[in-house]
Design a protein around this ligand. Structure first.
Ligand SMILES: [Ca+2]
Ligand SMILES: [Ca+2]
Length: 184
């Protein structure tokens, strides 16, 4: 019994000294933040997305877009919408609606561009996809900073552009400017 007790006390002493050592090491980092976090922070330093601010939730959706533009050759010929999204936290996607007058030819050629500035994952990418009457049109994808793309839409339907991330490995914020030109 006495031997076992001695061993136990010795173990306690070792554990206590190890604990003290760990705390001293953390203090040596000079973080000032405190306990044990020093190790985790050191491991995530390369990420450095600690300063990335998630985009505020703005509550828009496919059914409730942020803006609606009625475009015509004599009225609104183009528009620009500047906003932000972030992933995986914050406002994940934005929606802007636009509509053209019906024409004898339902095919409407429009120009779309998406200017992007990312904060966070350097490899992140985002894109615009256009929904027509609420149905996704997979042939109308426009990626970030890819210049002005000409796409076809159906002017008998209502278009909704969705801006969302194609990929983001860590907390990343996108400040973008979406431009749609319906009539040159
Ligand atoms: Ca937004
Ligand atoms: Ca949104």
């Amino acid at each position: 019994m006495k031997i076992q007790l001695t061993k136990f006390i010795t173990l306690l002493a070792i554990t206590a000294s190890l604990g003290c050592g760990a705390i001293e090491d953390d203090g040596g980092d000079g973080d000032g933040d405190g306990d044990g976090d020093g190790d985790v922070d050191a491991g995530q330093d390369p990420d450095a997305p600690i300063g990335v601010l998630p985009a505020p939730i703005d509550g828009d959706s496919l059914q409730n877009p942020a803006e609606t533009h009625f475009m015509s050759i004599t009225g609104v010929r183009n528009f620009t919408y500047a906003e932000s999204i972030s992933s995986p936290d914050g406002d994940a996607e934005d929606f802007v609606e636009f509509e053209f007058p019906n024409n004898s030819n339902p095919i409407q050629n429009i120009q779309v561009s998406l200017e992007c500035t990312f904060d966070g994952d350097a490899g992140a990418n985002a894109e615009i996809v256009v929904f027509e009457d609420g149905v996704i049109n997979n042939s109308t994808v426009v990626e970030c900073n890819d210049g002005t793309q000409s796409i076809q839409v159906d002017n008998t339907k209502v278009q909704t552009a969705r801006v969302s991330f194609a990929s983001a490995a860590e907390l990343t914020r996108l400040d973008y400017s979406l431009t749609v030109v319906g009539f040159q």
